[in-house]
Design a protein around this ligand. Sequence first.
Ligand code: IMP
Length: 423
Amino acid sequence: MNIVLVGTQWGDEGKGKVIDILSQNVDYIVRYQGGNNAGHTVVTGNKEYIFHLLPSGILHKGKICCIGNGVVIDPVVLLKEINDLAKSGIAIDSRLKISPLAHVIMPYHKNLDLLRESKRANKIGTTGRGIGPCYSDKINRCGIRMLDLLNAAVLRDKLKDNLNEKNEIFRKVYDHPGFNFNAIYKEYLGYGRRFRKYLANTTLILNEATRKGKDVLFEGAQGTFLDIDFGTYPFVTSSSATSGGACIGTGVAPVSIDKVIGVAKAYTTRVGEGPFPTEFVSDFAEFIRQKGKEFGATTGRPRRCGWFDGVMSKQAVLINGITELAIMKMDVLDGLKVIKLCNAYKYKGKIFKEFPYDLQVQKNAVPVYKEVPGWPETRVKPRTFKQLHPNAKDYLKLLSDMLGTKISMISVGSAREDTISMV
Ligand code: IMP
């Protein structure tokens, strides 16, 4: 079975944990979009791993992990991740396959990302990892791909062209000295030599696996509302973070996808700028942030926090074709007297039941809430759905009815065993 796993909110839903669990039962795990703007956290025993580029399933011995053509790769970060795993005694050499078509994040992309942000009046709040400029070059047809790092002549020509144009921009627009050709050329040819052994036709590998009836897990990064098309544009990332991205970013056709699982927190968070209709007022946001440890896994930035937004989530179910949901961090809501669930927005006297596209409406919409009673703190973590407090069960039922989707997994803590499966 081929499963796509996507975030239904603004990323940080806890996908890393779900991927880690689902990975036990699949043969291949593949990243298909985004880059090291992602930070997927996996806790095993008392060790915490944060993966930015490697698929989170890499911790499972014997599983093949692919980085698809839709991902943008910063070789510096990937190398560190590979070396860190080697230090922890986790061998990946025969298990990691990287698409030669994946684009490379170059040093100038990172600087451009930061400089562009510094000049913007309406900041996006990017992670500063060079993601947007790298994808821009891909679409502008001047990007450098992993396979280009193996070919000295191609890399030379592409890098020269890029620096000719970009150094002018650096100097004239940003008052920055620009970049030296020789230093980058040498360094990136070195990465080509280092990564050569991992480059493989991942499209062929994954299609062959599908043909043989193997199981593939497509690991989405970020979330539906950071998607370049369907997100709260322009406060989005530069890739297709929705389930369709899995096909574009791997070369596996839509007919080969069997199931899409959405991951949502029992509340909502967002890092960076942009509209957030159900955002909490500051005191309560701080309380939930501390309780839920809501700080970015990539940048450490405090995450903005709010109530569960059913309007957004319904849209996420629709766009992604979600038939199952994993609801994460239920335990963070323990001990609240009242819990709110947004089921519509109000703007200028008009009720919005569907997610509005107009940024003005997204920014100024007032959420319409359904209030439900909370449940007490639990001393012993529930291990089955039955053991959940009746009010927690009601909350989940309401959520499931609102979205018209079954809930197949609930998480009540960070450890692997704090996960309740409902299938
Ligand atoms: P970029 O992807 O670095 O260009 O950042 C664009 C927006 O997406 C910013 O608001 C980031 O905070 C947000 N973002 C990017 N990656 C993630 C993620 O993995 N989790 C949450 N937010 C993200």
